[in-house]
Design a protein around this ligand. Structure first.
Ligand SMILES: C[C@@]1(CC(=O)O)c2cc3[nH]c(cc4nc(cc5[nH]c(cc(n2)[C@H]1CCC(=O)O)[C@@](C)(CC(=O)O)[C@@H]5CCC(=O)O)C(CC(=O)O)=C4CCC(=O)O)c(CCC(=O)O)c3CC(=O)O
Ligand SMILES: NC(=O)C1=CN([C@@H]2O[C@H](COP(=O)(O)OP(=O)(O)OC[C@H]3O[C@@H](n4cnc5c(N)ncnc54)[C@H](O)[C@@H]3O)[C@@H](O)[C@H]2O)C=CC1
Length: 231
């Protein structure tokens, strides 16, 4: 698959149909669940985990073989049975109804494929090998999990708050962008790892209350210089 484009899809509360209830379906369901989709599974047999999710009220299961009528007006459908013919039937029905479709044994006829994903709070990394090797995709995910540890959750929460603050406090777009880049020069990840983050955050936000400090050119450099002098 060469001509594909990565996007982050919003499926919250949208009707998503998964045809099939085996291991592969379960993995795709987990991704949809994490994104708070409204999920219906169509499959005569489902895994124990899917049954548990059904009992918990997280999804619905229709315990029968796939029939066209069950697609309704879904937003997306995943064809995940072990029967190629059934998967291709789902594909054709979905196309006719203009529903987005992903077919687990036919990447070339899928509107989208599933990347491997890893999350650290607001940081969401998706990896794909364009269908070439899902095993390599998984391996790279594991490497990235090691590289980007738990501290990134707090880091991104901080940057999100900081950006919201700057958006309100600084009117000039160029200056805003410069500040958003400059903040990365401070080793905040290091502060999180060494337990110095909370005091850093407090002192930074206290200083930001002075607009002169924000408008000052190279204000981060000044902050770093001040800090060095203090050390
Ligand atoms: C094209 C794609 C379509 C799609 O599923 O959306 C697809 C297709 C196929 N995968 C197959 C096999 C395996 N898939 C996995 C694992 C994952 N597969 C995932 C995605 C994708 N798989 C999409 C491309 C992603 C990309 O671009 O790289 C992951 C990343 C995400 C997820 O499933 O949610 C998830 C890891 C999640 C994680 O761990 O985080 C493993 C390993 C394992 O299970 O441990 C194996 C066995 C080993 C192997 O074959 O490598 C086969 C059967 C081939 C056959 O019959 O031999 C097909 C069909 C075909 O290729 O035609
Ligand atoms: N895209 C991916 O990540 C991968 C895809 N695959 C492909 O996915 C297929 C499914 O793999 P598994 O989940 O491991 O198989 P599985 O054998 O565990 O599950 C098959 C499921 O399909 C359901 N099913 C069969 N006929 C059906 C019908 N007419 N209507 C509705 N549901 C029906 C069964 O009830 C069962 O729940 C494999 O045959 C393979 O081609 C395999 C590995 C990874």
């Amino acid at each position: 698959m060469e001509a594909i484009m990565p996007i982050m899809m919003n499926v919250k509360d949208k009707e998503c149909v998964v045809v099939g209830g085996g291991q592969v379906a379960e993995r795709k369901i987990k991704s949809l669940m994490d994104a708070k989709a409204n999920i219906t599974v169509i499959s005569p047999i489902v895994t124990a985990q899917i049954k548990r999710w059904e009992k918990e009220g997280i999804l619905r299961v229709s315990y029968k073989k796939y029939q066209l009528t069950e697609l309704g007006s879904a937003f997306v459908v995943i064809a995940a049975t072990d029967q190629r013919k059934v998967n291709l039937q789902v594909y054709e029905d979905a196309k006719r109804r203009r529903i987005l479709v992903s077919v687990v044994d036919c990447p070339e006829c899928s509107d989208f494929i599933f990347p491997a994903t890893m999350r650290r709070g607001k940081l969401h990394i998706a990896i794909s090998t364009s269908g070439a090797s899902p095993s390599v995709t998984k391996k790279i995910k594991n490497e990235l999990e090691f590289l980007y540890g738990e501290e990134y959750e707090l880091y991104l929460d901080f940057l999100s708050d900081f950006r919201a603050f700057i958006k309100k406090a600084v009117e000039d777009t160029k200056q805003r962008q410069a500040i958003s880049k400059d903040i990365l020069k401070i080793d905040i990840i290091g502060f999180i790892r060494t337990g110095k983050f909370q005091s850093f955050r407090k002192s930074l936000f206290a200083r930001l209350e002075d607009p002169e400090f924000i408008y000052e050119k190279k204000w981060i450099e000044r902050y770093l210089e001040d800090k060095d002098e203090g050390d």
